[in-house]
Design a protein. Structure first.
Length: 396
């Protein structure tokens, strides 16, 4: 047999972008006895399984199945787009169905935007710390991510403007409402300031909003997309994963016409269209079920769980620790006293059957090793209290 030649190597981006440490931690903590604050997962016992089952039954009935199981348009199910548009309009952002592209989760929307907007070497500005999967997405696109300093209120607009002058970025990516990983919400004044910087300096804004309807306290804050200064340069991403069910993999992208069209073409090359049957079922669910009533139940449960976590942290973390008190969302961000290393402490925590996500992977710039992210959504208040008792054995 003649000698076999080596196959060509993988693309550089496939070897230079690391896997998600959050996903690796989830695998590590899959044992049922582990109380995990690591995953950003909705609570499965709160899914409206009855309502969704009924919706799927209807779209898979004899009169509907032929359409629900067929190929469909890239832009998305017209009924679902109309329902999303009506929901966004009701929340204060006038939206027409034609402005929307249905995506396979909002994560795909982010990938489509990166494909449509970024050339290798382009600069992306992002909150520091920020959403880990977005950092991966931009790295795969060959972009250079530059962190924007944040404080207790989120992104600093003055620091943003300085970085725009120095780095000449293509876009700014941010999660302004109940941010992942910190849980912070950017105040309205800063949102307007961000919109004004984008208008003056000429850059795109990608506004990611997967958590906005999970509010437990306080008043809603306008989308950056709603400010006139940013209207022609902001792409807004939304998702049904946190308010309906993540397994549906349904999200949407709202963007100016030229950018939206570029994303449609990019999606055609990626998956042709989002699952027809899942879109049809979601549209039927929105037409016949009461999503707001379901969401109210979810909000009540998550509020109790957030409060249980916040109440137990003083006894679980070392004296001198600090943490956020989010008005909604899924996450609390904690900072241990100087000298503590959350990554090093994680192994001992797992040995005590409790877990969290170290904060280091969320930084685009130099990481603070003393930080960690805690999710409160997937455990009852009693389970949270027990998890914090276990954590105290490690931290204190």
């Amino acid at each position: 047999m003649p000698p076999r030649a080596a196959v060509p190597g993988l693309a550089a981006r496939a070897t230079s972008v690391a896997g998600s440490p959050v996903r690796e931690i989830l695998a590590l903590t899959a044992r049922p006895e582990v109380i995990s604050f690591a995953g950003g997962l909705p609570a499965p016992e709160l899914f409206d399984t009855g309502g969704l089952y009924a919706a799927f039954q209807q779209v898979l009935g004899p009169e509907s199945a032929r359409r629900s199981l067929q190929y469909s348009t890239t832009e998305g199910d017209p009924g679902l787009r109309a329902a999303v548009a009506a929901r966004m309009t009701g929340r204060g952002l006038a939206t027409d169905a034609e402005q929307l592209l249905i995506t396979s989760g909002s994560q795909q929307g982010l990938t489509l935007l990166a494909t449509a907007l970024l050339e290798p070497g382009d600069v992306v500005l992002a909150e520091d710390p920020g959403y880990l999967a977005a950092l991966q997405c931009f790295a795969f696109a060959g972009a250079r991510v530059v962190p924007v300093p944040c404080d207790d209120e989120g992104l600093d607009p003055a620091a943003l403007e300085e970085l725009v002058d120095r780095e000449r970025p293509k876009l700014l990516y941010l999660v302004p409402t109940f941010q992942n990983p910190t849980g912070r919400t950017l105040p309205a004044a800063r949102r307007r300031a961000v919109a004004e910087v984008a208008a003056r300096r000429g850059l795109w804004i990608v506004e990611d909003d997967p958590y906005g309807e999970l509010r437990y306290d306080g008043d809603p804050v306008p989308w950056i997309s709603s400010y006139e200064e940013a209207a022609d340069r902001t792409a807004l991403l939304g998702s049904f994963s946190k308010i309906m069910a993540p397994g549906l993999r349904l999200g949407w992208l709202r963007a100016p016409a030229a950018l939206r069209r570029a994303c449609v073409v990019a999606k055609q090359s990626a998956d042709l269209h989002t699952s027809t049957v899942d879109q049809a079922a979601a549209a039927r669910y929105l037409a016949e079920a009461d999503l707001d009533a379901h969401l109210a139940r979810v909000q009540r449960a998550y509020r109790e769980r957030r409060d249980a976590l916040l109440a137990g942290l003083p006894d679980a973390l070392p004296v001198g620790s600090r943490w956020t008190s989010p008005e909604g969302g899924m996450f609390v961000w904690a900072t241990l006293p100087e000298g503590h290393d959350a990554t090093a402490l994680l192994r001992a925590a797992v040995e005590h059957d409790v877990a969290y996500v170290p904060g280091a992977p969320f930084y685009a710039g130099p990481a603070d090793p003393a930080t960690l992210r805690l999710s409160f959504t997937t455990h009852t208040p009693d389970e949270i209290a027990e998890g914090l008792r276990r954590l105290a054995k490690v931290m204190r």
